[in-house]
Design a protein around this ligand. Structure first.
Ligand code: ADP
Ligand code: MG
Length: 338
């Protein structure tokens, strides 16, 4: 388990991370989502002990990342945004170097390398120079170095940036596989990526945590409008006649319709949208007008993100004044570990 308490990081007068607190439990894939500049990399660099915080406390399974650095770091594998690869080495040579640096016992190094090569599906590439590998394979080498030492937590900072669509699919499925054996924190500015892989999501914006929830329940709690698209096999007048009978339907708008079908977007009363759909289906059926489409419009993470960050913007002015005042406080000297 990772606990982050009141973490802040200031670069000069830029407050990159602003009083972040959260807990990462074992055994899930967490998404760390935020636009560019939100403070994701800064936070991850601090959690992994690569960068000093301005204030706050981080514990990995109870070990303080500064006071018990060695124990804490053993529990985490990290792929930074810019992977630290030596391109004139082969993956095997590079992983040997990483294993030695991480203090893997000499006798275990070769089997450990075999294990991570297998886990990231690059065994057949182990003796090619890294500079001759595709970006997708290089990223796998980056992930394999994070896996050396079999840490319980794997942290990946924007691992799909710069990859082509096929490579993105492959890396995502690799991450999903890793999630079965490790706790994974995956940072991304791409909403659909987090939605596709993660079970839980932390949304960070301007260095602050604006949401932390299960992907699903976040969608439910933030359900914006309750809207349903329908296409009925009746003409518009017949369709409207049925819609008028439905007490669950608050309003409706006709869309482009063709070939004897009518298309409408309904706004329905809040409540269980699937129960509402059942009622609509049965009423149309009872009136001998089959529906050919009945589609509740789901809230996407994108809708949620826009909603959360736009309310942040309204509060923004006061906070900017506060942060200017805070900037006058003394700043602790930076001690960058790498
Ligand atoms: P993200 O990874 O979400 O894109 P970062 O953590 O890289 O965000 O950056 C957060 C903020 O801190 C940004 O405003 C960025 O410009 C600033 N920043 C990041 N690194 C440095 C640095 N070394 N020196 C000064 N400012 C920095
Ligand atoms: Mg970043």
């Amino acid at each position: 388990m990772i606990t982050v308490e009141h973490l802040s990081k200031r670069y000069g007068d830029v407050l990159a991370v602003d009083d972040l607190s959260f807990k990462i439990e074992d055994g899930h894939i967490y998404g760390f989502l935020g636009p560019n500049g939100a403070g994701k990399s800064t936070t991850l660099n601090i959690i992994t002990g690569c960068l000093a915080a301005t204030s706050g406390e981080i514990k990995i399974d109870g070990h303080d990342i500064y006071e018990e650095e060695k124990e804490a770091k053993k529990l985490i594998g990290y792929l930074p945004e810019i992977p630290p690869l030596y391109v004139d080495q082969t993956p095997r040579e590079y992983l040997k170097f990483v294993a030695e640096a991480k203090g893997v016992k000499k006798a275990d190094i070769e089997t450990e390398i075999d294990r991570v090569l297998e886990e990231t599906h690059i065994t057949e590439m182990q003796n090619r120079l890294i500079k001759h590998l595709s970006k997708g394979y290089r990223q796998r080498v980056g992930i394999s170095q994070a896996l050396i030492g079999n840490p319980s937590v794997i942290i990946l900072d924007e691992p799909t940036v710069g990859l082509d669509p096929m490579q993105i699919i492959e890396i995502r499925s690799l991450i999903a596989e890793l999630g079965k054996k490790h706790t994974v924190i995956l940072s991304s500015h791409i909403l659909s990526e987090i939605q596709a892989i993660c079970e839980k999501v932390l949304i960070i914006y301007k260095g602050r945590l604006v949401a932390f929830d299960d992907i699903e329940s976040l969608g439910k709690t933030m359900a914006s409008g309750n809207e349903i698209d329908i296409i009925s096999s009746g003409n518009p007048d017949q369709t409207i006649e049925v819609l008028e009978k439905l007490s669950s339907v608050e309003s409706y708008n006709q869309n482009q319709s063709a070939d004897g079908f009518s298309s409408f977007r309904l706004t329905v009363k809040s409540g269980d949208v699937y129960e509402t759909c059942k009622g609509i289906f049965m009423t149309f059926a009872a009136n001998n007008i089959p529906l050919v489409k009945l589609n509740p419009i789901q809230t996407t993470l994108e809708d949620i993100f826009i909603e959360l960050t736009s309310s942040e913007k309204e509060e923004g002015i006061n906070e900017e004044i506060e942060s200017i005042e805070e900037a006058d406080e003394n700043i602790m000297p930076e001690q960058e570990a790498r």
